[in-house]
Design a protein around this ligand. Sequence first.
Ligand SMILES: [Zn+2]
Length: 84
Amino acid sequence: MGSLFLNESAFQNLIGGVGLFNRRNQEEVEKVETKVWVCTSDDCNCWVRDNFKSSEVPACPICESEMEQTTRVIEILHNPSSAI
Ligand SMILES: [Zn+2]
């Protein structure tokens, strides 16, 4: 059970748009305009950060639709363990 939760949590970091992890934080959040890929399906609001895409033109990890490149102003991801 514990490992399942960890996996879901990692998945949430990977795909920003689902919004389940809405931490209320008193600290100011640094945001930056970031290249992202958004799902083209009307029924799906998924998006991924460009540096997490698995191929040149990624498919949506939720519904496997095509994705299109755009930019969004999103939180800077502080993740020193995956800086490569
Ligand atoms: Zn999708």
